[in-house]
Design a binder for this molecule. Structure first.
Ligand SMILES: Nc1ncnc2c1ncn2[C@@H]1O[C@H](COP(=O)(O)OP(=O)(O)OP(=O)(O)O)[C@@H](O)[C@H]1O
Ligand SMILES: O=C([O-])CC(=O)C(=O)O
Ligand SMILES: [Ca+2]
Ligand SMILES: [Mn+2]
Length: 667
């Protein structure tokens, strides 16, 4: 039927019912909701109490997390306990009370019911003590602190994209984010509380990374951080583990203000199963990351607006004035460098992988020397890329993820890392195409220190659980900007100790704030920024373990060849990989060796797949006089650096100490 304007009338009423009583209509099935909100609530399936609601746990369950004697408690009681525990963590020390905490995003009004949260926050009720004064002591105690605890990567993506400027999804699904003004660690702002115990235990003074602060100042900063966090609409809480060795596992809680920080730690620490999370209890260590907020420069000891404060007695760390996520990762590493040696376990700034036959290799080295790149090896099982423990049972990874440098990342050269950059991975400070969101890894506009943080199982041949037997090879990586260290040398035990204590490299720009050009650096134990005890303590433990388990030491230069930085070139990664292959396979144990002058290093004359002429660096330099000059220059720097260690005994064995002193450059 035609309407006055000539158009066919649109049928709006009734649907054509066929004779057989069946609706033949192209409209969809009736919607099971009365309102849009209800419809949205249908979209998200509520998990049954026993099934995961959070991130799918990736950590395999070992044994039962539930004690058979544990009193069964209800979901609601568990929820209350969890909120109480988080409230306790966030307590102001001066007011001696925790904030009112409630689970969930304050913005998600109406979602509480859908998510199963009690409509009256139970933790809130906790604080309505009958004896409490009728008038709240401060405005901050009137408000709730909303906690988003152990969110899944998907939920954290949404939080980041909605609330954090600079968050984007890249073409491969990673979460690109900006760490803010700091794009590297701030070692000069790392402070440690000096009390009666730590005054004795820790390494203080020249060369030490531990800048002292007193307990009171720590508490001032802690209060500042906690007040800041409680003033926010919401905070993120991660309850996770460190160390895959079940006997020496540490429970950590990270309280932060950014989804970026929460996802970073989700990836980097060991992820508990839902079962483990339910029984998490009180953490062994807590980080308060108030990174967006500066410290108060009028506070004693503060020399900048950044402070990373460690209090071992309180088992707490406060971060202010830097949002660089590596501070949390490496802060916890420092804690492990204190706790583990107390138990006779050596903590190591090293990568670690294992051959199919169970041969384990450690890769020591400072930032940018190749721990992540070389331990991620398609032919071997990855145990971890950066932080390990060596106990009487073998090696264990401290972390649950990897943190790879991305500058100039290329698919052909590092395929496993390339492929790990997908949904769930945090990509820090990279530059990408505005439209396609394809990352340009060569672009260092934001920083040289671009990074990807991904769970270790994103590497296809990860060894899970991340533990292994005693190491067979201990590879010391140095990125030599002088271009005079050989691509590989075999070390005796004394030489291994000498180079371990020296911890030489050319620090590549970026990871530590303020370093713009590569420069020669010595960092004891290849990680002076993280060790807590005197370097000789770790060295003695390493010597003892290497001797006991018959490990061989190697020095591998992943730096320059054919001239120093600016003249020569960085040794090609495929050559370094061949060298590493020859170490793993045992080929290098039976090779012919010659000794170099000055450093007295044993260098092989031939390696499968590597041009022989590069094995002795002098061959690659056109200017032989310049080579000699640089060799002596570096030798001199080694000698000078080692002077401070000459008066220390290493272990109980004074003959080893003498041998180590003699194992350095000789000229
Ligand atoms: N011959 C080489 N051997 C190893 N790495 C090389 C070589 N040539 C270039 N590279 C590059 O050097 C970088 C090594 O960084 P890597 O992430 O492995 O450092 P790292 O030792 O793990 O440091 P951090 O402790 O800071 O994580 C990578 O970007 C890698 O591509
Ligand atoms: O800590 C960081 O930022 C990165 C890292 O692994 C290191 O520097 O050793
Ligand atoms: Ca690394
Ligand atoms: Mn590292």
């Amino acid at each position: 039927m035609a309407t006055p304007n000539g158009l066919a009338r649109i049928e709006t009423t009734g649907k054509k019912k066929q004779d057989n009583g069946v609706w033949y209509d192209d409209s969809s099935a009736p919607v099971r909701a009365q309102t849009i909100d209800e419809l949205h609530s249908l979209q998200r399936k509520r998990s049954a109490p026993s099934t995961p609601k959070r991130s799918a746990p990736t950590t395999p369950i070992k044994g039962g997390a539930h004690s058979p004697f544990a009193v069964a408690i209800s979901e609601e009681e568990r929820h209350t306990q969890q909120m109480q525990s988080i409230s306790a963590s966030l307590a102001s020390l001066t007011r001696e009370t925790g904030p009112k905490v409630v689970k969930g995003d304050p913005a998600a009004k109406g979602e509480a019911a859908a998510q199963g949260a009690p409509s009256t926050p139970r933790a809130h009720q906790q604080h309505r003590h009958p004896a409490a004064p009728a008038i709240a002591v401060s405005d901050s105690s009137l408000k709730f602190t909303h906690v988003l605890n152990n969110l899944s990567p998907a939920e954290l993506y949404e939080q980041a994209i909605k609330y954090e400027k600079g968050s984007f999804i890249t073409s491969t699904g990673a979460l690109a984010t900006l760490s803010g003004a700091k794009t590297g660690r701030s070692p000069r702002d790392k402070r440690v509380v000096k009390d009666e115990v730590t005054a004795q235990d820790l390494w203080w003074g020249k060369g030490s990374p531990n800048i002292e602060m007193d307990e009171k100042t720590f508490l001032i900063n802690r209060e500042r951080a906690v007040d800041y966090l409680n003033s926010l609409e919401k905070v993120f809480v991660n309850d996770q583990y460190l160390n895959w060795d079940p006997e020496n596992r540490i429970k950590v809680r990270i309280i932060s203000a950014r989804a970026y920080h929460s996802l970073f730690m989700h990836n980097m620490c060991i992820r508990p199963t839902d079962e483990e999370l339910e029984d998490f209890g009180t953490p062994d260590f807590t980080i308060y990351n108030a990174g967006q907020f500066p410290c108060n420069r009028y506070t004693h000891y503060m020399t900048s607006s950044t402070s990373i404060d460690l209090n071992l007695a309180r088992r707490e760390m406060v971060i202010m004035g830097t949002q660089y996520a590596g501070e949390m990762k490496k802060g916890l590493f420092g804690v492990m460098h204190y706790l583990m040696p107390k138990r006779g376990i050596l903590s190591l700034h090293s990568g670690c992988n294992m051959g199919k036959d169970g041969d384990v290799a450690l890769f020591f080295g400072l930032s940018g020397t190749g721990k992540t790149t070389l331990s991620t090896d398609h032919n071997r099982l990855l145990i971890g890329d950066d932080e390990h423990c060596w106990s009487d049972n073998g090696v264990s990874n401290i972390e649950g993820g990897c943190y790879a440098k991305c500058i100039d990342l290329a698919q052909e050269k590092e395929p496993d890392i390339w492929n790990a950059i997908k949904f769930g991975t945090v990509l820090e400070n990279v530059v990408f195409d505005e439209h396609t969101r394809e990352v340009d890894y060569a672009d260092n506009s934001v920083t040289e220190n671009t990074r990807a943080a991904y769970p270790i199982e994103y590497i296809p041949n990860a060894k899970i659980p991340c533990v292994g037997p005693h190491p067979k090879n201990v590879i010391l990586l140095a990125c030599d900007a002088f271009g005079v260290l050989p691509p590989v040398s075999k070390l005796n035990l004394a030489q291994t100790m000498y180079h371990f204590i020296s911890g030489y490299t050319a620090l590549v720009a970026g990871t530590e704030d303020g370093i713009k050009e590569p420069q020669a650096t010595f960092s004891a134990c290849f990680g002076a920024a993280f060790i807590m005890l005197h370097p000789t303590k770790y060295a003695a433990m390493l010597a003892e373990k290497m001797q006991k388990y018959g490990a061989t030491g190697w020095l591998v230069n992943t730096g320059w060849s054919g001239g120093r930085y600016g003249v020569g070139k960085r040794i090609r990664l495929p050559y370094t990989r061949k060298i590493i292959d020859a170490i793993h396979s045992g080929e290098l144990l039976t090779a012919n060796y010659q000794k170099t002058e000055v450093f007295g290093l044993e260098i092989p004359t031939e390696i499968n797949g590597v041009p022989s002429e590069i094995l002795d660096p002098i061959n690659t330099w056109t200017d032989k006089a310049a080579y000699k000059e640089n060799l002596l220059r570096l030798g001199g720097l080694f000698k000078k650096n080692f002077e401070v260690f000459a008066s220390y005994k290493i272990g109980d064995d004074s003959s080893l100490t003498d041998e180590i002193l003699a194992a350095g450059p000789n000229f």
